[in-house]
Design a protein around this ligand. Structure first.
Ligand code: NAD
Ligand code: TDX
Length: 335
């Protein structure tokens, strides 16, 4: 695709969003417009630290067609990250997940269709459901959709809309399905930052159920570089799975964090399980690597987690306010 001069990033004030926008600033010459409604999960302060002549924040809703139509016109590409993203919240109240993840994606698809703008849809490996712990397979681009939670069903719905808009209307879109991200600016509701900040506050990490569930961890910078590769060189209509061979049980990750932070490895607590808890996610990312030449930079998960621990040590002012609210909500559920 021709050089990216103007890119609209939806959800660009969220965890992956702020890291992707910084990546675009550092690795392209594009001017970036962020459309974000600034929910509890947003960190606009991370965008404020980027050059003002490269990044503009527009506070607005992806489900608002007038705003979306106005912003999409004249862009070279739209990178769509805006979503409600936390499984535990979807179990408490699925409504916002349907509205933002499905209706929001529909509104964006109609806008890029009218304006003929390139679209990349950022999705998750959770659309494939879960694998058994002893299953030798990993997810590929051909794995059938089998979402098992309100969040993953809403993301699956949005993926289906994108595919239908490519086939029916010739929209120039790609999709990526990525595994679990970790790194700077991730909200403390999520597993890795929750446990790091619990340890920093002198409490014990909280592990759901028996902790044997497996997630496939990738550093957010590696997800960002994959998204840029797909935006620049991905084939229209294709799906790319993004992962960095980082499969670990939740207990493995917690023990690693405890060790990195100088605490005994067994100093965690098993708490009430998540309803419908998916057992294992695992990504086979050969297509992305072979076709687009992408490679993750963080091949050592322990090193990436160590850097992330340092980042949270240095950014207590940012996470402390979120932490109090999040822990009150978890405590009410015995988690
Ligand atoms: P996040 O919750 O940290 O950020 C989401 C952002 O979207 C927030 O800034 C929020 O304010 C914004 N937003 C929410 N509703 C909006 C609306 N109606 N209009 C405009 N903006 C709105 O999420 P994240 O972890 O950064 O995830 C970003 C995307 O990546 C999501 O689509 C998610 O499904 C996908 N994804 C995440 C992971 C992961 O491990 N975090 C893995 C794979 C895919
Ligand atoms: O306190 C906790 N204790 C715990 O054991 C939390 C918050 C989570 N867990 C477990 C549940 C999961 O097995 O850790 C694992 C990871 O949990 P989350 O961080 O909530 O992530 P997950 O549900 O796997 O989904 C994430 O990856 C895919 C993102 O939140 C999604 O947005 C993304 O699509």
């Amino acid at each position: 695709m021709p050089d990216l001069e103007r890119v609209l990033v939806t959800g660009g004030a969220g965890f992956i969003g702020v890291n992707v926008v910084r990546h675009l600033v550092e690795h392209t010459t594009a001017r970036v417009t962020v459309l974000d409604t600034l929910t509890y999960a947003a960190s606009p302060e991370a965008l404020a630290a980027l050059p003002a002549d490269r990044v503009e924040l527009v506070v607005g809703d992806v489900a608002d067609a007038a705003t979306v139509d106005r912003l999409v016109a004249g862009q070279d590409a739209v990178l769509h990250l805006a979503a409600e993203s936390h499984n535990d919240n979807a179990l408490d109240d699925p409504g916002p997940f349907i509205r933002t993840n499905i209706v929001g994606t529909y509104v964006l698809l109609e806008a890029v269709r009218k304006a003929d703008v390139r679209f990349h849809h950022v999705s998750t490996d959770e659309v494939y459901g879960d694998l058994a712990l002893d299953d030798p397979k990993r997810f590929t681009e051909d794995t059938p959709y089998r979402p098992s939670s309100p969040y993953s069903a809403a993301k699956a719905g949005s993926d289906h809309l994108v595919r239908a808009w490519v086939r029916s209307f010739g929209v120039r879109a790609t999709i990526s399905n990525c595994s679990n991200n970790y790194g700077p600016w991730q909200h403390v509701e999520k597993f890795v930052p929750r446990q790091i900040t619990e340890i920093l506050e002198g409490r014990r990490p909280r592990v759901y159920g028996d902790g044997r569930q497996v997630r496939d961890w990738i550093h957010v910078d590696d997800h960002s570089s994959a998204l840029l590769a797909i935006l620049e060189r991905g084939r229209i209509g294709e799906t790319y799975l993004v992962g960095a061979d980082g499969e670990r049980t939740n207990l493995d990750v917690v023990r690693t964090l405890l060790r990195l932070m100088g605490r005994p490895e067994e100093d965690y607590e098993l708490v009430a399980d998540r309803a419908g808890h998916d057992q294992r996610y695992a990504i086979e990312s050969g297509k992305l690597r072979l076709e687009l030449g992408w490679q993750p930079r963080f091949s050592d998960l322990e090193q990436g987690l160590a850097e992330t621990v340092e980042w949270y040590r240095d950014h207590r002012d940012w996470w402390e306010a979120h932490k109090a609210v999040t822990e009150t909500a978890y405590a009410a559920k015995g988690q």
